[in-house]
Design a protein around this ligand. Sequence first.
Ligand code: ADP
Length: 404
Amino acid sequence: MDTILVVNAGSSSVKFQVYSVEGEGRLQRQIRGQIDGIGSRPRLRASGANGDPLADRAYPIEAVSDVPAAMTIAGEWLRNELRIHPIAVGHRVVHGGPEHDRPVLIDHGVVARLERLVALAPLHQPHNLAPIRSILAGFPSLPQVACFDTAFHRTHGPLADHYAIPHQLHAEGVRRYGFHGLSYEYIAKTLPHIAPDIAKRRVIVAHLGSGASMCALKDGQSVESTMGFTALDGLPMGTRPGQLDPGVVLYLISERGMSASNVQNFLYRDCGLKGLSGVSNDMRELDASADPKAKLAVDYFIYRIGLNAGMLAAALQGLDAFVFTAGIGENSANIRARVVEQLGWLGGALDPIENSRNSRLISRSDSRIPVYVVPTDEELMIAQHTLSLLMNGQSTNPRQERVS
Ligand code: ADP
């Protein structure tokens, strides 16, 4: 059986999935696993296609002290115990920089170019590249593909790509990239199957997970995003503030004496729903909490989604559909109902029964814009790109393929 391995490596976890390649290039998810607690309490957990448990084992901290060690353990487990020898590996890589508008087959030159982008995504890029480097060293002939969170947004025009700062900084790479691109790409390719007439029109997609952003799609292409240079901008998130006056950062430095790395930790880890509520970064806990600050955090989340919807509708010069996706968007009927209420002036009207069922279409039949819930699948997107690069030997334009 030919298989594709998909790897999504973060600072303390390596998530992986194995897909079998079926007839006509269809992909079937066979295994979903992760090693988390890297450097603290490492644990390998994995399940099969039907959710049946395949592994749940703890490791001593010194056995899995970093991402490459975790990749080695996961690889050995797949090879030695499950006899899985993938024909290619697809990686999620957060930053492709200005030049990568599609996935790319990896070689040493590509790795060197992606290394240069570490400064643009210091908390993610190094961890994304670590397993690529270790596989390149251990299995030099195994094809690897890098799939970028920024690539789907490279269709943005100059107005969406710039900040009002001197050109030299734009040339250096200080641009509004946008992220969650693999998720938006999946939705853009799935929409033609769900609502063919809508898919070509003006759509806002809200990716609401621990990281959250929104994307304006026109004819299936990204024209604007709430995220910019980094994944800090836009909507408030679990632990990131979203849109923030840069003057706040200056205040933290000049009045609080915070260093660059203190500010970085603060903005990525201590803000957002967690910082505002003082209760939790998890939407389920906030929903269940009676603390008024938890209510303020949830209200702020909804309010900012409404504001950003207005901004994206302006970029699109109108709105024909709205899509919810990711953990909160796919599962929280309550948050969806409150967001759709915010969209009333744009023509959104909720069907509460369909919404409580997590149906695909949750707007009333007389709603001016249809509102959908579409579960995202970034890993399938990566597996498809990887197979496609392997088959075609070159990268196809990700915006012209369709999800099967
Ligand atoms: P990520 O992949 O960015 O880690 P997810 O897309 O898995 O994040 O989303 C995680 C978020 O989804 C968490 O805030 C979690 O509380 C929220 N979530 C998941 N299920 C529900 C639910 N039933 N109701 C409310 N929030 C939910």
